[in-house]
Design a protein. Structure first.
Length: 256
């Protein structure tokens, strides 16, 4: 029986490489989709941040008002203690003039205390209002956090489904890669890693004015087309460096 001539290396590998690229394209799309999923939370993240900032601002106002009330109450207490001390000293006075002098000082303290009491009442009213608004802001923040938690559960669920899909595709890719010659696989994966779309192969497309790279549209010389047809070596596009091939039906990707 006549021995069949060996099939040129690249020609024998191209169908397996195309099957591998088909899987890599799917993996690339799923990975891209996976990266985009958390972006669905962006608007809710902004809402949570805004509600938290509003709550923190209202809470600060409430705390500041409380501190001011405490400060005024301390001032009031000090004046009260001073008034009582002066009244005690007044009762021990030796003359009417000294007695009247204490009365003037005590009256001034009482006037100051009266003004402080009015300030305290106003501040307490402000504190109560600030506390109420802080409570409302807290409720709004907690509502936004709950909304975020629900949305995140949905996103996590979608990511889990994508991860499951990717797991199956990677298993199929490993099987497909095992069918490719090791040297050609290294060349393919090196080119793939350098491309933003992860596409390492490009069809040599025939048009009215000649052949063009199916990815970057660079013209391909007939000499290069002859090299591709011989199928011995891997020929890269002179522009985008992707491996060129003449369109042919790819080998089916290994099943799950």
């Amino acid at each position: 029986m006549d021995q069949q001539p060996p099939i040129p290396v690249m020609k024998a590998q191209i169908q397996h490489l195309r099957a591998l690229q088909d899987l890599d394209k799917q993996i690339f799309r799923w990975n891209k989709d996976r990266l985009q999923k958390p972006r669905a939370l962006d608007s809710i993240d902004k809402e949570v941040a805004a509600k938290r900032a509003e709550h923190d601002g209202k809470l600060k106002l409430s705390k500041d008002a409380k501190l001011e009330v405490e400060k005024k109450e301390l001032d009031l207490k000090e004046r009260e203690e001073r008034r009582k001390r002066l009244e005690g000293q007044r009762d021990q006075s030796k003359s009417n003039k000294e007695y009247q002098g204490y009365n003037v000082e005590i009256a001034a303290i009482r006037n100051d205390a009266g003004r402080i009491e009015e300030d305290v009442l106003k501040l307490m009213s402000s504190m109560e209002e600030a506390t109420r608004m802080a409570g409302e802001a807290k409720s709004a923040m907690e509502s936004a956090l709950g909304k975020h938690a629900d949305a995140k559960k949905g996103v996590d669920s979608e990511i889990a489904k994508i991860d499951e899909e990717l797991k199956g595709l990677r298993e199929r890719r490993a099987a497909a890669a095992s069918s490719v010659d090791a040297d050609f696989l290294k060349i393919y994966e090196r080119i793939q890693r350098s491309k933003p779309d992860a596409v390492a192969l490009a069809a040599a497309v025939q048009e009215a004015d000649g052949y063009h790279c199916g990815c970057c549209r660079m013209g391909i010389t007939y000499q290069d087309i002859n090299t591709i047809m011989k199928g011995k070596d891997a020929l890269p596009c002179r522009s985008c460096s992707r491996l060129l091939y003449l369109d042919a039906k790819p080998a089916p990707a290994p099943a799950k």
